[in-house]
Write a protein that binds this ligand. Sequence first.
Ligand SMILES: C[S@@+](CC[C@H](N)C(=O)[O-])C[C@H]1O[C@@H](n2cnc3c(N)ncnc32)[C@H](O)[C@@H]1O
Length: 353
Amino acid sequence: MNYIGSKLSLLEFLENSIDKVVDKDCRVFCDLFAGTGIVGNYFKKKGYKIIANDIQYYSYVLNKHYIENHKELMFSKLTRELSELKKVKTENRKDFVCDYLENLKEVKGFVYKNYCLGGTEDREIQRQYFSDANGMRCDAIRKKIEEWKKEKLINNNEYYFLLTSLIESVDKCANTASVYGAFLKKLKKSAQKDFVLQPAKLTVNAQEHKVYNEDINVLSKKIKGDILYLDPPYNHRQYASNYHILETIAKYDNPKIHGKTGLRDYEEQKSLYCSRVEAKNAFKDLILKAKVKYIFLSYNNEGIMSLEDIKEIMSLRGEYGYFTKNYNRFKADKNRKYKADKTVEYLHYTVCK
Ligand SMILES: C[S@@+](CC[C@H](N)C(=O)[O-])C[C@H]1O[C@@H](n2cnc3c(N)ncnc32)[C@H](O)[C@@H]1O
């Protein structure tokens, strides 16, 4: 997923840097601003037990699948409803179920009625986040997944796999420049294409992992680990508003929405790390509380907290250092002019005393 602050292209840098600092006995890797789950999943493949967390529910869903799911999904009970599934080999069942969902009859549900032109044309505010057909497909699939869960035809692991597949596939056909803070006037090419429900990849391994959906400053009191990896927001842009439609598709809770973009209320999910006034105190509280051997922090040279603040705070727990890498800036809006094409990405660390 094209996600603000995604560390997809920095994974090797993270691994090489972390390996230079930590001892060989580290087993538990905590990724507590997990976003897409890409960092946790990378270290899961390296054999770590992962604890992941994010304040956003769509991110929780992605991590429930990418991190917590670690055994092949059987869809055994669903064979009651889809009898042909019995004949399908286990490793092909995920594709079969996604294929079935992709071909459901379209439904005019919450997404169509609020975020598509057809559903909003008689309203005061028209929106076009998805083509009408793709909005109705999204509704049909989302409803069916919930129905299967309620009828106990799928278990939690299967549920989060299906929701992850839906969230990521829907994101590919969104009619936005990148995030959901605005939609485009005309349907762009990728938004015109027919919706494809791409099965999310599954990392099978022997470890148990754990995923939370909490404010990091609350959670960090309750958990222990070896390595704490922190990747907070760097600037004032709240993830809750930039990804509000993914949040609603994940929850499918018929929220009250308002304004041109159909934003849901996100008071409870406002991040202190996006506030110039609050970020430093929240970060200090987190660093002082963390029950781990090593702390790593991804941050760039243009973030809300200054490099001096970070050094001062992280040094409170032990020996401090950092690694750097030049990085191509994330451009949410390809037409906007940005200060610089490249930023310096820092990986700060503390070896805790
Ligand atoms: C820079 S992104 C993480 C990107 C992630 N490493 C990746 O590669 O996909 C920051 C994440 O922190 C989450 N977040 C912000 N404030 C939070 C808080 N107080 N507690 C937990 N998560 C928070 C956001 O929802 C967002 O997903």
